[in-house]
Design a protein around this ligand. Structure first.
Ligand SMILES: [Fe+2]
Ligand SMILES: [Fe+2]
Length: 321
């Protein structure tokens, strides 16, 4: 990427509506507790995590051999190559979470302006601080592990769309429910699989905060959706389906494909390994199923965002049975 391209890709222009709330009346009872917990449970990324341990040396980082079980290419690698893949793929994945955290930081900054009620603004302000801290700890970890890989084009497109909309409901839905909902499910699995104590500790702290963020999105949307005009609601439904369709990795068109960078930089055929992984990795299938079927879809259904109009399309792509 040339410098001019890189600069253009790093800029998103949008018009953001700022709403004041001058009546100072509480509107979200559930947010009171969430806000108090957020203030009480702040932590310092520099001191809460023990950064003195060697990073990526104590054991598998994300244990990627589990993810590649069943594929043809992985079993043919030497133990040294497998270790190299462990570090690079972990760094690639954690880089995407780092970019996602930066996305959450900037979207939440917008929500402070765009969400109508003051109690929701105050809660969103605590999330801005949380996400800043998440960016800090992921950046520190990934740089020490290996290097920061560029943002995946699909992830960037989704984050840009969430940033560019003027609808605060779409920001909440896209960031708090979809992106963060999927991230939490992934963090929980990563927490179970890592053999790296620093990453384990980092994830424990980040997960404490992320649970609140998803609840915030759920409470605010549950209140807004029933009274929403039909056209806006359909817009939210269509956005949700489109994003789920693209992120649910199952063929050559879908999923975060920039992992191919890792294979290409090792001198291997990235396209071939991608096809091998989507076709043969049992864990990738189990992972997707856990992320979407067990976590995201039930929450979308509770919010009544899977209407009879859109439901057949989810069935077509296998996200609903
Ligand atoms: Fe976060
Ligand atoms: Fe978050």
């Amino acid at each position: 990427m040339t410098t001019a391209h890189a600069k253009a890709a790093a800029r998103v222009t949008y018009q953001l509506e700022t709403l004041w709330d001058y009546d100072y009346e509480p509107t979200h009872e559930e947010l009171e507790t969430l806000y108090e917990t957020a203030k009480k449970n702040q932590w310092n990324g520099s001191t809460a995590i023990d950064w003195g341990r060697p990073i990526g040396k104590e054991g598998p980082v994300l244990n990627v051999q589990v993810a590649f079980a069943g594929t043809h290419f992985f079993s043919r690698l030497t133990p040294e190559e497998q270790r190299e893949v462990e570090v690079r793929v972990s760094a690639w994945r954690l880089s995407q979470f780092l970019h996602g955290e930066q996305g959450a930081l900037v979207v939440c900054g917008q929500l402070v302006n765009g969400i109508p009620e003051l109690d929701a603004k105050l809660y969103a302000a605590t999330q801005v601080v949380d996400e800043g801290r998440h960016v800090e700890v992921f950046e520190r970890y990934v740089k020490r592990l290996h290097k920061i890989y560029p943002v995946d084009p699909l992830l960037k497109a989704v984050l840009d769309e969430i940033l560019a909309t003027n609808l605060w409901e779409l920001k909440l839905l896209g960031m708090q429910m979809i992106v963060e909902g999927l991230a939490i499910a992934a963090f929980n699995l990563m927490r179970k699989q890592t053999g790296d104590a620093t990453l384990g500790q980092l994830l424990d702290y980040v997960l404490q905060d992320e649970g609140r963020h998803v609840n915030f999105g759920y409470f605010a949307l549950r209140r807004a959706i029933p009274d929403m005009e039909a056209a806006k609601r359909e817009y939210l439904e269509d956005f949700t389906f489109r994003v789920c369709d693209l992120m649910y990795a199952r063929d050559e068109r879908t999923g975060f494909q920039s992992i191919k960078h890792v294979w290409n930089e090792l001198g291997w055929d990235g396209d071939k390994i991608w096809r091998d992984t989507v076709a043969h990795s049992q864990t990738t299938k189990a992972f997707n199923s856990f992320l979407f079927h067990e976590n995201l879809m039930p929450r979308l259904q509770r919010l009544a965002l899977i209407s009879p109009r859109i439901e057949p399309r989810y069935r077509e792509i296998g996200l609903l049975v």
